[in-house]
Design a binder for this molecule. Sequence first.
Ligand code: T46
Length: 135
Amino acid sequence: MQIQTIDIRSITDPGEGTLSFFEAERDLPFAIKRIYYIHGVPKGILRGGHAHKNLRQMLWCPRGDILMRLDDGTEKREVPLNDPTKGLVLGSDIWREMLWREADSVLCVAADAWYSEEDYIRDYDEFLRYIGKKK
Ligand code: T46
């Protein structure tokens, strides 16, 4: 599966917390055109249920615990996001669902393109047909 986990550079000042940062095109394999974040989600809620045709994104969870359920049509994987110093890079053609395992967990996303609904596949059977055609 075309996913990559990244260690986000982090500087800890003992007793004063940690500053984490990443730089587009250095730490990330793309330039950032959009940042969005999802917050205020109750525990147990499942979001997502779609794939992207072209979009690349890095996801990270600065607070809380979110389970990423990923499926490329061949393999299914689950990746927990519960460490603010870890990022998950997702390429296109990956069906994703996000399960909020802790209330008020925050999901942050840096994306390589502006928002376009045309890039989404929101029907699972259509996703399987789409990736089948590409193989
Ligand atoms: C993804 C996962 C991880 C916008 O208007 N602009 C935006 O930049 C985004 C991301 C969404 N929207 C609109 C589209 C919908 O009307 O916001 C609404 C909620 O979006 P959606 O239901 O797609 O949200 P999630 O949490 O299911 O998925 C989001 C991203 O859309 C998606 O790209 O990979 O987070």
